[in-house]
Design a protein around this ligand. Structure first.
Ligand SMILES: Cc1ncc(COP(=O)(O)O)c(C=O)c1O
Length: 442
């Protein structure tokens, strides 16, 4: 038996599907995860906070479609809304009734959303925020924070990985083929307002935008950081973009901008907005958003914006149903309580196993950094024991927890009951013990 077949059989017998995935997708996946051969579950179905793989093995899901299934998998109300919408047609590219309703709802909920446009993913939403800012200011440079991910376009991934060592504000393309980002992307350390403001002041004549995730990966902003960014960008005439692809509708109906009380000029949404269906939206001040108004074509102050499936009625119907669920009384209290409870379980397991570590996150999100020093930015995160983190995550997958072992966040949903959190705590304890004395061989 070769190593791959052995691994696949140990993983629960999903030999055919695992092999088929490896034969068709690079690394057997549609992106990320990075499972060792044989461990990658091929998902057959999901319900609530559980998924089942093709061998019938059940997992508790702690990645929840990377946060898009905030109301759980296959929620009956989202499913019904989509089924109802299907018979009216799936996509028109043009404006449709459900799209108008959803855009109006965003306008009424999100502080910065004076105007809205739909796209099909978070990647497109952040890309369009940057292009709007570049077109309005007629400048090409943007500033992002070290370690941030804003989607799979070149700016979105710049300086996300621990690639070539550079001195900030210089950026690193984080991979091959987009060397131009070194010219147009500046990078600042998250949570370091003084350094960021200095960079902004020295480059304000050439900077179009600052893009920031209000919760940077899983790192909370220090008090005053977002407010300071708002003040400096306003003073210097730079567009402030919030990437709310993760935080939007996860912390509350008004996004992180409502939660932290800081209104950006533009914001990008995706993930939870669609309740699991593909969606993206960018929104912001009407004077800025006017730059995509086709009446300006082909004028100098115009930026092309079009998305074939953006705002399709099926995704909009799913999003409206998801927003109805988020609007139910107590929804966000419950999500925040679940997150707080989860983080306290993780903390007590770290203490009981005498593991050096800290639990990051806010709202229904968490991540563990194996470090004895405080983790608040990319450098302190990189100095944590990430190899241990990966071993722990792979051990959790072996124990029946579905997650992304690339070291990303743990996403919770409405279906993560206390019982699920306790069960995760037990698995986490087992994984910490099992990995405590291993080398970095995985
Ligand atoms: C903060 C952030 N922005 C943007 C994106 C890109 O969204 P999508 O995968 O829908 O393109 C992601 C995806 O994980 C994200 O976490």
């Amino acid at each position: 038996m070769d190593q791959l077949t052995e691994g696949l059989e140990q993983a629960g017998g999903s030999v055919d599907w695992g092999r088929r995935a490896l034969a068709v997708f690079p690394d057997g996946s549609n992106g990320e995860f990075g499972f060792p051969p044989g461990l990658a579950p091929v998902i057959a179905r999901g319900e609530g906070a559980r998924v089942w793989d093709t061998s019938g093995r059940e997992y508790w899901d702690l990645t929840m479609a990377w946060g898009s299934a905030l109301m759980g998998h296959a929620h009956p109300k989202i499913r019904e809304a989509v089924i109802r919408a299907l018979s009216d047609g799936y996509n028109f590219a043009g404006v449709n009734r459900r799209g108008v309703e959803l855009a109006e709802r965003l306008q009424s909920l999100v502080p910065c959303a004076e105007r809205v446009r739909f796209v099909a993913s978070g990647t497109e939403a952040t890309l369009m925020c940057l292009r709007v800012a570049q077109a309005v200011t007629q400048r090409s440079k943007v500033l992002k924070f070290e370690g941030a991910y804003h989607g799979q376009h070149p700016v979105g991934v710049a300086s996300m990985l621990n690639g070539r060592s550079v001195t900030l504000p210089q950026s690193d393309p984080s991979g091959a083929g987009a060397g131009w980002v070194e010219r147009d992307v500046l990078v600042a350390p998250f949570n370091d307002l003084a350094t960021t403001v200095k960079i902004l002041e020295s480059h304000c004549q050439e900077l179009a935008a600052v893009i920031v995730e209000p919760l940077h990966r899983c790192l909370a902003p220090l008090p005053g950081f977002l407010q300071g960014l708002r003040e400096a960008t306003r003073r210097l005439g730079i567009v402030l973009v919030f990437d709310e692809v993760v935080t939007g509708f996860r912390f509350g109906l008004s996004g992180a901008q409502g939660y932290f009380g800081v209104t950006p000029d533009l914001a990008a949404f995706g993930k939870a907005l669609g309740g699991g269906f593909p969606i993206g939206a960018y929104a912001g001040r009407s004077d800025l958003m006017e730059v995509v108004n086709e009446q300006r074509l082909p004028g100098p102050n115009y930026a092309w914006s079009a998305s074939t499936t953006g705002g399709n009625p099926i995704s909009c119907a799913a999003a409206m149903a998801a927003l109805d669920l988020y609007s139910e009384p107590g929804c966000y209290d419950r999500l925040h309580e679940t997150g707080t409870r989860f983080r306290s379980i993780l903390e007590s397991v770290l203490v009981s196993t005498e593991t050096q570590g800290q639990v990051l996150g806010l709202g229904p999100l968490a991540q563990v950094a194996f470090a004895s020093h405080p983790v608040f930015d990319q450098q302190t995160w990189l100095a944590s024991d990430r190899a241990r983190g990966r071993r722990v995550m792979l051990e959790l997958v072996r124990g029946g927890i579905y997650l992304n072992p690339m070291g990303t966040k743990l996403y919770l949903s409405m279906f993560h009951s206390d019982e699920v959190l306790q069960r995760f705590g037990e698995e986490f304890q087992g994984a910490l013990i099992a990995t405590s004395n291993l080398g970095d061989h995985l």
